[in-house]
Design a protein around this ligand. Structure first.
Ligand code: CA
Ligand code: CA
Ligand code: CA
Length: 311
């Protein structure tokens, strides 16, 4: 062995000696503990699973137990004297895979059988979110935030409402922008929380906000409209997204007109296609209007299609 190699080997040996927590006797222990048997469910709630097992034994006389929950990075270790454990911080209505590992001082392991436990369904609604507040206001947007709601299991999402109904979709997070609002108008908002069981909380406090006046008098760019006959009276309408001097793309509303009547299809901001229907057998004329948040309107090219509308 060269002097350099010998020096490296000496350092490595020293490191192994000083860094290893394994006692000298345990280094010669090659025999794994016996398997922890009779792993069983003791109790479960929407957020906890309590298990117990029959003790394992080891030739060294000493072992401990690792707790494993599939896909959970936590691996709690409990002492030899303990043959039960409670997992916390779990979700309702979820199937969990658990097992226990008996481990001796030399890191020899034996695995229990796997236990499958389904946590019960969450049937208790979260508490109302509190401290709803207005963070900022523009001519078309109101930014809101609130304190997290609490739940005996876990809150999954929040939605924003006005007295007229839900105005922003369910999503995680405790702040949200309501967009595409008309200028110079007062709105009242409140928030609700929903848990993973689908239970919905009571309403938060309400807040009022008035959008700023707008100096936007320029309509969006005119959208380009294409319409295809899908089946009989049904058509697919697609268009190029409009741009606007002040409204974001997601704030531009599109409204399809069929033979000068507004299509009853729901008006959604920011989309560029919809399924619609002709209103008569023969030629039907489709026109799309793009409307910015301030209410300025632009009109697409008209498209005329011959359709067969039975009945
Ligand atoms: Ca052993
Ligand atoms: Ca709940
Ligand atoms: Ca505009």
């Amino acid at each position: 062995m060269s002097a350099r190699r010998a020096a490296i080997a000496a350092v490595a040996a020293f490191a192994a000696f000083t860094m290893s927590a394994t006692p000298a006797a345990a280094r010669f222990d090659k025999k794994a503990p016996s398997k922890p048997t009779n792993l069983r469910l003791v109790a479960t709630t929407t957020t906890t699973i309590s298990i117990a097992w029959d003790a394992a034994a080891d030739n060294s006389g000493k072992l401990s137990y690792e707790m494993h929950l599939w896909q959970d990075p936590r691996v709690p270790v409990v002492p030899q004297t303990q043959t039960s454990f409670t997992w916390t911080g779990l979700r309702a209505s979820v199937q969990y895979f658990l097992y226990v590992v008996a481990i001796d001082a030399a890191q020899n392991k034996s695995f229990s059988d796997q236990l499958i436990v389904q946590t019960p369904r969450d049937t208790i609604a979260p508490n109302a979110p509190a401290n709803l507040r207005v963070d900022s206001v523009t001519a078309s947007q109101v930014a809101l935030s609130w304190d997290p709601a609490t739940d005996e299991s876990a809150v999954a999402s929040y939605a924003v409402f006005t007295p007229a109904g839900q105005i922003v979709a369910w999503a995680p997070g405790t702040s949200r922008k309501v967009i595409g609002l008309p200028p110079d108008k007062q709105f009242t908002f409140f928030v609700k929380a929903r848990d993973y069981g689908g239970n919905i909380s009571p309403a938060s406090n309400t807040v009022a906000a008035t959008t700023l006046p707008s100096n936007d008098t320029t309509p969006p760019s005119a959208p380009n409209l294409w319409v295809w006959d899908v089946d009989g009276c049904e058509v697919l309408a697609e268009w190029s997204a409009s741009t606007d001097d002040q409204s974001e793309p997601a704030e531009i509303r599109y409204l399809l007109f069929v033979n000068d009547e507004p299509d009853p299809t729901e008006v959604v901001m920011g989309i560029t296609r919809t399924v619609a229907y002709g209103s008569t057998t023969g030629p039907n004329t489709f026109v799309l209007k793009a409307i910015d948040a301030a209410g300025n309107v632009s009109v697409s090219n008209p498209v005329t299609l011959d359709l067969f509308c039975a009945g």
